[in-house]
Write a protein that binds this ligand. Structure first.
Ligand code: SAH
Ligand code: SF4
Length: 361
């Protein structure tokens, strides 16, 4: 029997008009050339979309009224609409976006002293079915388009009046498995990193995967690509397969081999995300196996204490255990950090997306 992620995820269906945010600079140029416009017009419109973050054709006042009217007829400018924003006590904000088909996705804005990190969704739902993850319980509904991915960034930066010179980090750690939506992910990556647009450096973009080896290999073939994070979450095949069905297809050896052949740049490390589930993944023996796995290639470990959500059946680890595991890894000289999930009080933390906060919490 084939796994749910073997099949491509459903798409939105052909839109009547392309969305400008999903078109790269070259495609936009070609579209404008087709309307009889000079080549530089494409660059100008692209920069208006990404650099000025304009979201209505009437804002493009340097274009003639006649051209704006023609563009409006040919190209959609609807970003996913931001329908709800829930600020959390720690300064982060969870945003809900609604798309043309009424589906909703979530993104999280996390300001730090020297940068802003945006957590993005790549799909509506997810096919991977990890048992500890709220999104996984939804199943896969559909892929996001490149425009819907780029649109989350533009909408969040606009909402927070983001100054143009402030560094932005992007992490694909919201809803969905980004490598199961490979083509749209890479189209969005090209637009987000384009020097005529937001110009986000590729090293500031991280794609987190549950371990789709076919996708990891595809990503490794690109010389310009985002950084890679792998959600390890288990240190024996039995343990990992019990919580991540994908491990039954690509097990730990297959993952280690894929990471071993992944062409890292100098100084680059793969992030190994490791969710700590009390009594399931947080044993000291797990920690020792984690060290052994992380030593097989340049890696850093990110421990993620489980974010509880209703009905999951898992519990977060004890604080003392988090520090003990952290010490174990750092004593073994494996770079380690603990992700203190932001936005937990508004259900914006990893694996809680799409769940509403419990009443009174
Ligand atoms: N699908 C991708 C990216 C989205 S999930 C992936 O799995 O890597 C982003 C991260 O959140 C993953 O490392 C995942 O293991 C973690 N995660 C999922 N549910 C969680 C939860 N309830 N608590 C803590 N981390 C969780
Ligand atoms: Fe999908 Fe990632 Fe959740 Fe697994 S952890 S179900 S891959 S979103």
């Amino acid at each position: 029997m084939s796994a749910p992620w073997d099949a491509p995820a459903p798409e939105t269906g052909s839109a009547a008009r392309p969305n400008a945010a999903g078109l790269g600079r070259a495609e936009l140029g070609a579209l404008l050339a087709g309307l009889g416009e000079p080549a530089w017009r494409g660059k100008q419109v692209f920069s208006g979309l990404l650099r000025q973050r304009w979201t209505r054709w009437e804002q493009f006042t340097h274009l003639s009224k006649a051209l704006r009217t023609r563009l409006e007829a040919e190209v959609d400018l609807a970003w996913p609409v931001l329908v709800q924003s829930q600020p959390s006590a720690d300064g982060s904000t969870k945003h809900v976006f609604e798309m043309r088909d009424g589906r909703q996705i979530e993104g999280v804005h996390m300001p730090y002293e020297d940068r802003v990190t945006l957590c993005l969704s790549s799909q509506v739902g997810c096919a991977m079915g990890c048992t500890f993850c709220a999104t996984g319980q939804m199943g896969i509904i559909r892929n996001l388009t490149a425009a819907e991915i780029v649109g989350q960034v533009v909408a969040m930066l606009n909402h927070h009046s983001h100054p143009q010179d402030r560094p932005v980090n992007l992490v694909f750690m919201g809803m969905g498995e980004p490598l199961h939506n490979f083509d749209h992910l890479m189209a969005a990556f090209a637009t987000l990193t384009d020097p005529e647009g937001l110009a986000i450096p590729p090293r500031r973009i991280t794609v987190s995967t549950s371990g789709l080896v076919s996708g990891i290999d595809r990503l490794g073939a690109f010389s310009r690509r985002p950084r890679l994070a792998l959600s390890l979450n288990g240190t024996t095949d039995a343990h990992r397969s019990a919580i991540m069905p994908v491990n039954r297809v690509w097990n730990l050896e297959a993952l280690a081999a894929a990471l071993g052949r992944f062409p890292l740049q100098s100084g680059e490390r793969v992030t190994l995300e490791y969710v700590l589930l009390k009594g399931v993944t947080d044993g000291m023996e797990d920690g020792r196996r984690l060290v052994a796995f992380a030593r097989r290639f340049p890696a850093k470990v990110n421990l993620i204490p489980f974010n509880p959500h209703e009905g999951s059946g898992f519990e977060p680890p004890e604080e003392a255990r988090i520090s003990a595991l952290c010490r174990l890894l750092s004593d073994a000289e494996v770079p380690v950090s603990v992700r203190r999930s932001r936005g937990q009080d508004v259900a914006g933390a990893c694996g809680q997306l799409v769940r509403q906060p419990r009443r009174g919490s």
